[in-house]
Design a protein around this ligand. Structure first.
Ligand code: COA
Length: 383
């Protein structure tokens, strides 16, 4: 039985910042951001939207009423939740009108949690092949104004419907994992922004990739020729490229060229969105599926990394006719119709927050699943 991604879509907010503007405002050569980090634009979220808005909007693009009746689990992978107790999944389950006898929960391990959610979905469907699982990987990457991580911010959500009749990708049961207790990026309670040792996180990321790659070679007896493409967690698009280049001493020049071309196809959306934390790997996957020339039976390798740290390498098989089930046009329209922010607008949007004094407020964001108000610290969403 094949189990995997039946449908997949992303959502990003309607605003972005151009990285040249950010570079000039911070007194940095724009090439550092465009070439050195590989980022052209950065998605920005108004305070009237959150991961629930993003996740519900992404899922809404792919779910039919029939899907909603068959979904047994809603899993949200995130590190940007606004509640330490109630999960975003329960609210998304409600907003999307999914059948009530479902399990809804949220999981966390930095940028790795979306992958855990996907693999849990796979395991559940193996035991319940006639049901479906909705997986959402949603985050708001915020490091702070004028911080070292500022150019690697962004936000968005990816929604995936997992079933035993996957129309897009079948997940192979071949994961290899690696855990290492390290403080490269963490956000203790009470901190609005993460604490981060950026250069250490780069090193651990690359080192972890090479470790799971070697483990994959050992356990699954596979090498680079077995993959039509390799996709990576993309905190910024240069990061995965640095890890990929870590393989070059062990593969031919021709092979390196082939993989680098696929890598470029997998980062087109991320260059325009920035960091989705746990959704980044899957935004890269969508970019590859929608902008590359894959054929049925192709194997795609996926490297997932979450600081702290946990990594996983696994693979998926491209399904026949997958291209007919993508929502490429909606994705292009979403990216193209966004409003560009000036630096003062960006800084204002960045700093504005939902009030937390328990009083009642109404807001003026009419967009789908946006927060239209708050009362007694309960966010009220448009639907
Ligand atoms: N033109 C072209 N490239 C330039 C440049 C210029 N004018 N100036 C600098 N660069 C290149 C550097 O050579 C470097 O490339 P390399 O990594 O291939 O060597 C790249 O731009 C980044 O420069 P660096 O000096 O390392 O940037 P930084 O000290 O500002 O740190 C991060 C970059 C990513 C570490 C920082 O943004 C950060 O901490 N981000 C958050 C953490 C994160 O994203 N971690 C990723 C793993 S999860």
């Amino acid at each position: 039985m094949k189990i995997g991604i039946d449908k997949i879509a992303f959502h990003v907010p309607n605003y972005y910042l151009d990285m040249t503007d950010l570079a000039l405002a911070r007194g940095v050569d724009p090439n550092k951001f465009h070439i050195g980090l590989g980022q052209d634009q950065m998605a920005m979220l108004p305070f009237t939207q959150d991961i629930i808005t993003l996740g519900a909007c992404a899922a809404e693009k792919i779910l039919t009423d029939e899907d909603k009746n068959k979904i047994d689990m809603v899993i949200v992978g995130t590190e940007s939740s606004n509640d330490f107790s109630k999960s975003a999944a329960v609210i998304i389950h409600h907003l999307l009108n999914i059948q009530p006898y479902a399990r809804s929960f949220e999981i966390k391990q930095a940028c790795y949690s979306g992958t855990v959610a996907l693999q849990q979905a796979r395991d559940y469907i193996a035991a319940h092949p006639d049901r479906k699982v909705l997986v959402i990987a949603a985050d708001i990457a915020k490091y702070g104004l004028n911080s070292g991580g500022e150019p690697t911010q962004g936000c968005g959500a990816v929604a995936m419907l997992v079933s035993s009749q996957p129309k897009i990708l079948a997940l192979n049961n071949d994961s290899v994992f690696y855990s290492e207790d390290v403080y490269d990026f963490w956000r203790p309670s009470g901190h609005d922004y993460p604490l981060v040792d950026g250069h250490l996180s780069n090193e651990i990321y690359i080192d972890s990739f090479l470790k799971v790659w070697e483990e994959n070679k050992k356990v699954n007896k596979k090498n680079s020729q077995d993959y039509a493409a390799l996709t990576f967690h993309l905190p910024y698009t240069k990061m995965g490229r640095k890890a990929l280049r870590g393989l070059y001493p062990t593969i031919s020049e021709e092979e390196a060229k082939r993989l680098e071309q696929k890598y470029d196809e997998a980062i087109t959306y991320s260059r325009r969105v920035g960091n989705l934390y746990t959704g980044s790997l899957y935004l890269g996957l969508i970019s590859l599926l929608e902008n590359s020339s894959l054929t049925a039976g192709d194997q795609v390798g996926l490297f997932s990394y979450g600081s702290g740290s946990v990594s996983e390498f696994f693979s998926a098989e491209v399904m026949p006719g997958f291209e007919n089930h993508l929502v490429k046009k909606e994705h292009s329209a979403l990216l193209d119709k966004r409003t560009q922010l000036s630096i003062p607008e960006y800084e204002e949007m960045f700093s504005k927050k939902i009030p937390t004094d328990g009083k009642q407020y109404l807001f003026d964001d009419k967009s789908h699943f946006a927060i239209r108000g708050i009362d007694h610290d309960i966010r009220i969403y448009n639907n």
